[in-house]
Design a protein around this ligand. Sequence first.
Ligand SMILES: [Zn+2]
Ligand SMILES: [Zn+2]
Length: 365
Amino acid sequence: MRTAKAAVMPDFHRPLEIREYPLPEALDPGMVLVRVEMAGICGTDVHLWKGQLPIPRPLILGHETVGTIVKLGEGVTTDWTGVPLSEGDRVTWYAGRLCGQCFYCVRKRQPTRCLKRRAYGITYACDTPPHFLGGYAEYHVLLPGSAIFKLTDLSTEMVIGAGCALNTAVHGIERVGISWGDIVVIQGSGPVGLAALAVAKTAGAHLTIVIGGPAHRLELAKQFGADQTISIEDVPDPGERIERVRSLSGGYGADVVIECVGIPSAVAEGWEMCRDGGKYLVLGHYGDAGPTALNPHVITRKQLTVYGSWASEPRHMAMALEFLRRAGDRFPFDRLVSHRFSLDRAAEALEATARWTSIKSAIVP
Ligand SMILES: [Zn+2]
Ligand SMILES: [Zn+2]
């Protein structure tokens, strides 16, 4: 029986360890076996490792993956967009699996909140077959009904650099809506912040202000076309940052503020950066980082509209990949992949992401 290696999270807060599991000897109809070329490390993986969502263990993390098809199960002939698939094709895939039948999938059209939603690298324990249902491994099994996307003209770095952050930003900005000429503030200069910046700029924002750090991330934000940046290192006082935003927006505040930080206290700060009648999107809290003090009076007084947006749908990933094909020159997401680690060093890769030393770490098995 052939086996392969995976970096396994045995439990919350415990270092990742290398384990070997048997590869499936035969594929059920609809399944696909992929050899992993590169797996991105998302900030969410750090939140998951810290136990911020009730997920099963042991678990193979990794929900942003590119690989090569080794074997196609019976009945799999095309990708999600209808492009023919064959063994040897380079592919990526949408990490979620939606039932398409529940109250939220069908009646309320909120499929990201599918009652039976599962996600590779998040909701599948790895101690039972087919084991390989996360990206931090030599191989990945795709279960029937997975949304697969064939990659022809996109580099692996471009896809991993954009990662789930771009899908998340496409979904979030679809919900909040940006109007032509809007002033948009983005709190956070990590992958989600940079993706939100790219989407906001192409959605009609005329002035974009990115708040974040460290300096190398703000430099990338400028390369992505941020009109103004505010460094949290140079301006550590939230009150002063709010004043900066007000003075950059004619004294009123921004039309739209997008939270991409994942730190609860950022929300109270961000509300104050909205103009009266403005919109606020909480995008960076997929993990539950805990409560924070918020004053509801601010919502009433400013007549704010506050939006939430959870993960993404396959169509958002299709749009994100199309966006990378069209606008990848303008938004060099491939440059985000700053650190590469072998599978054996997956624990270090996760730590680099937790400490914000890398822009984006990737595992190359
Ligand atoms: Zn993610
Ligand atoms: Zn459903």
